[in-house]
Design a protein around this ligand. Structure first.
Ligand SMILES: [Ca+2]
Length: 390
């Protein structure tokens, strides 16, 4: 009985460290101590001779091994379960929940922006979604006119088009914007005109209901960085989610980030709601475009002028995948990664780190590139008459 106090102290310390609730704590303390109290009460010091020390040590060692095996098995089971959690709907697609949409594009340097705008206009009609506006994050005014020409082709006569009005961040190297403007826009100067994107975002977001807007970015983060820096409370209150073609998973340097890394870093730092990235690796091998001539289609002409040469005019589908995911979510083609913390350095290098509390996810492909391409090509091939009839 002389060391009866010792196990009580150890037991209390151990259970205290577990932060057990009071009743389980009391129960475990009593269950742990009671056998020893009874044994000591009946046998006194003779208890030490009852069980030889070598058996006590053997049982203790075996208990450690069993505990270790149990811990490893539980850890593995948990890992497998977590893998199955891929695809959990952290982001609710627009086909399931109607929200207003803003498209932010750098139309010009690549032709997939034209394809992405075309399928976005198809989705808008199909799911009856409100399009608040289309922002050009370059300062190339022919980009504004190209956006309007494509919208008009799909029956959207007066789209709200806004444009970045700051110092140009991209060289004017579009192979198609000016030619599309000349061919499709009756009044060039009014087609090229657009309001300041900063003003557009401030007005559109202040009018929108809380948590009701999804922004799809398929260019740099220049415009939305200005919008979130202007009023981050308003932006976070109104913007439910951002789906972006940008970056590379798990790390890498991608055009939309490295062209304006400061804006990308700003958005990553200040945006608090769900953000989904379609990284460079997603659309790289999904080749879409036109295999046959398509007369009087500005989208076809963008692909033809950008790809040059002869048919087929096919191009990677970086931007199309972001638009597709924003509207349809995982569907049969994609899954969503676990949440990651994402950082961007000033050279445009993106890095990721798992963090179960983060709000940022990446699109993962679960279908073959050819199957996704066939689906997107089907959407691109739809004539405007078909779209209008949906
Ligand atoms: Ca783009």
């Amino acid at each position: 009985m002389r060391i009866l106090g010792l196990p009580i102290d150890f037991c209390s310390l151990f259970l205290g460290a577990m932060r057990a609730r009071y009743l389980p704590y009391l129960g475990m303390s009593v269950a742990g101590i009671l056998p020893r109290v009874i044994l000591f009460t009946i046998l006194g010091d003779r208890v030490y001779n009852l069980i030889p020390m070598k058996y006590v040590v053997a049982v203790g060692a075996a208990a450690v091994v069993v505990a270790l095996i149990v811990w490893i098995v539980r850890y593995l089971l948990k890992s497998i379960k977590s893998e199955e959690d891929y695809g959990k709907p952290e982001y609710t697609p627009l086909c399931e929940e109607k929200r207003a949409v803003i498209l932010d594009t750098d139309i010009g340097p690549d032709c997939d922006d034209a394809g992405a705008l075309a399928i976005l206009l198809g989705y808008i009609k199909k799911y009856d979604i409100e399009l608040l506006g289309i922002c050009n994050c370059t300062s190339n005014i022919y980009g504004n006119a190209t956006i309007k020409a494509i919208c008009e082709y799909y029956g959207l006569d007066e789209p709200a088009v806004a444009c970045y009005k700051g110092e140009p961040i991209l060289p004017d190297n579009s192979k198609y914007s000016k030619k599309i403007t000349k061919k499709y826009c009756k009044y060039e100067s009014s087609a090229c005109a657009a309001r300041d994107a900063k003003e557009f975002y401030a007005e559109a977001l202040s009018k929108a209901a809380d948590n009701s807007v999804t922004i799809i970015t398929i260019g740099t983060f220049t415009n939305i960085s200005e919008a979130i820096c202007a009023d981050s409370n308003l932006f976070n209150k109104k913007v439910n989610s951002i789906v972006s073609m940008a970056g590379e998973f798990p790390h890498g340097k991608e055009f939309n980030i490295k062209t304006d890394p400061i804006s990308a870093a700003n958005v990553l730092q200040k945006f608090r709601n769900v953000m989904v990235f379609s990284g460079h690796e997603v659309g790289k091998k999904i080749l879409t475009g036109f295999e046959m001539e398509c007369e009087d289609s500005p989208v076809y002409d963008c692909y033809k002028l950008h790809c040059e040469g002869d048919l087929p005019y096919l191009n990677p589908s970086y931007d199309l995948t972001a638009v597709q995911y924003a509207f349809e979510g995982n569907g049969e083609f994609y899954a969503l990664s676990k949440p990651f913390d994402v950082t961007v350095d000033m050279n445009g290098e993106m890095s990721t780190k798992k963090n179960k509390y983060s709000h940022i996810h990446f699109i993962l492909k679960k279908a073959e590139d050819e199957d996704i391409a066939a689906y997107l090509n089907g959407m691109l091939r739809k004539s405007r008459e078909t779209e209008a009839a949906v």
